[in-house]
Design a protein around this ligand. Structure first.
Ligand code: URP
Ligand code: ZN
Ligand code: ZN
Length: 462
């Protein structure tokens, strides 16, 4: 006996149509019209969309950063994700300088196992790369960590030099991993930041004013050039500006395998949101920063034209009262990051599909199918098809929802999207065939999420 979801509109990246979906255990067995109910449990999804579970390829749960630790752990963060229709995340383990990557992987496995409510993969943040580090990269790939993040920003903390970046890129030509780049020129930004502080500019807005879009564009250009020399693909994380997007477009126009993601905050918020009284702007201190409003439409265009392939959240929450407050007198001490894991599908559906900026197919592609392909999870995840995991969101396209810290499930005392009204929300969420969310309530067991071993040479390599 299985579960039969009847009469929903199954949305894929390329197609859409009314069909029944038969789930057998953890896996989808059939997808077509007129599956007989036989002895199956039946869920009527008339009028609903059936979406492949969302995949958030960029989250930071339980992460030590900026003198604090992100406030959502793997339990609270993945539960909030599930409620918003996300059934898999890819989080970041951090290799501490001078240590082996295996130690970081073990640490992050411990953080996640027995807590995660949905399936999770891991990227590895590389902070140094001695000879043994190259072997470590290969070992990580064998463990299913098929992508590595490197930082061109945060000098003395996470930033690595060009030689390190280039060696990591070259190693991926052997092991098939994907380098994910935080692309901002950290050295230049550091000079501007020091000058601002010396002039007494300590308020949160100066976080944004000291990180020009050219510093992002220059780093994107350099990262892509290094990948081109190494002959490998590259993926730019949390791209925030038209300036940076132009670099990706120019590369793609030349046929290079350059990929990039953006995040809801860069599509929907601007530097104006930081111009709040007192210290309130700290709620929007993350990196890259919010940009001038003119960038927003360009990023939506980028999604439409496939110069941006993915929308992730870069969920990295810090509570306003006791964590962001670390930087009350100095914006450089504000922990960088914001909460968003719960609201990605709602925001993209409402502001993307609802306004006609993107189609429903493209919506599914950028929140699920494309991250699954690029990060080695497809076709297990990212599509509603026979043989795939039964990660399915029964999406009510008419449901109205008010986003607020008063009702959200993220462990954070504010919302970046406070007061946003959205149309379209998850009614039920299935993860590997199990009903884990119904009408905004998490029904699953804590710790049920499984580690995802991801395949190397994913979609970015084809
Ligand atoms: O401000 C941000 N983005 N915090 C998380 C770390 C990162 O750079 O992704
Ligand atoms: Zn980053
Ligand atoms: Zn991040």
């Amino acid at each position: 006996m299985g579960l039969l979801i009847r009469n929903g509109t199954v949305v894929a990246a390329e197609t859409m149509g009314v069909a029944d979906v038969l789930i057998d255990g953890e896996v989808i067995r059939e997808v077509h019209r007129g599956i007989p109910p036989d002895s199956h449990d039946v869920l009527d999804a008339t009028g609903m969309l059936l979406l492949p579970g969302g995949i958030d390829a960029h989250t930071h749960l339980d992460m030590p950063f900026g003198g604090s630790t992100s406030s959502d752990d793997f339990e609270t963060g993945t539960r909030a994700a599930a409620i918003g229709g996300t059934t898999a995340i890819i989080d970041f383990a951090i290799q501490a300088r001078g240590t082996r990557m295996r130690a970081a992987l073990d640490t992050w496995w411990k953080k996640a196992e027995s807590r995660a409510c949905i399936d999770y993969g891991l990227h590895m943040i590389v902070t140094d790369l001695p000879e043994a580090g190259l072997e470590d990269m290969d070992e990580m790939v064998r463990e299913g960590v098929a992508s590595f993040k490197l930082f061109m920003a945060y000098p003395n903390v996470l930033m690595v030099d060009d030689a390190t970046i280039f060696r990591a890129l070259q190693q991926t030509s052997k092991n098939g991993a994907l380098i994910c780049m935080h692309a901002e020129n950290g050295s230049v930004i550091d000079v501007i930041v020091r000058q601002a502080l010396a002039e007494g500019k300590t308020a949160p807005i100066h976080h944004a004013l000291t990180r020009p879009t050219r510093a992002e564009a220059e780093a994107v250009h350099r990262a892509i050039a290094m990948a081109e020399i190494a002959g490998v693909p590259i993926y730019i994380v949390h791209l925030s500006s038209e300036d940076a997007l132009n670099q990706v477009r120019e590369a793609r126009d030349r046929g290079l395998p350059a990929f990039a993601e953006t995040c809801p905050q860069y599509l929907l918020l601007s530097i104006d949101d930081m111009k709040l009284p007192g210290f309130e702007g700290a709620k929007y201190v993350f990196t890259p920063p919010l940009r001038e409003k003119a960038n927003l439409a360009k990023l939506w265009d980028g999604l439409k034209s496939d110069n941006l392939q993915v929308v992730s959240t870069d969920h990295c929450p810090f509570c306003f009262e006791d964590q962001k407050a670390l930087g009350k007198d100095d914006f450089t001490k504000i922990p960088n990051g914001g909460p968003g894991i719960e609201n990605r599908l709602q925001l993209l559906h409402h502001h993307g599909v609802g306004t006609g900026k993107i189609t429903l197919n493209r919506f599914v592609e950028i929140v699920s199918t494309s991250p699954a392909r690029i990060f080695g999870l497809y076709p297990r995840k990212g599509v509603i098809a026979p043989g795939s995991d039964a990660d399915i969101v029964v999406w009510d396209p008419e449901a109205e929802h008010l986003i607020s810290a008063k009702t959200h499930h993220m462990r954070c005392d504010y919302s970046m999207f406070e007061g946003f009204r959205v149309r379209g929300n998850a009614r039920q969420v299935f993860s590997r065939g199990e009903l884990i969310v119904e009408n905004g309530q998490y029904k699953g067991r804590v710790g049920r999420g499984q580690y995802l071993r991801r395949a190397a040479r994913g979609g970015a390599w084809n």
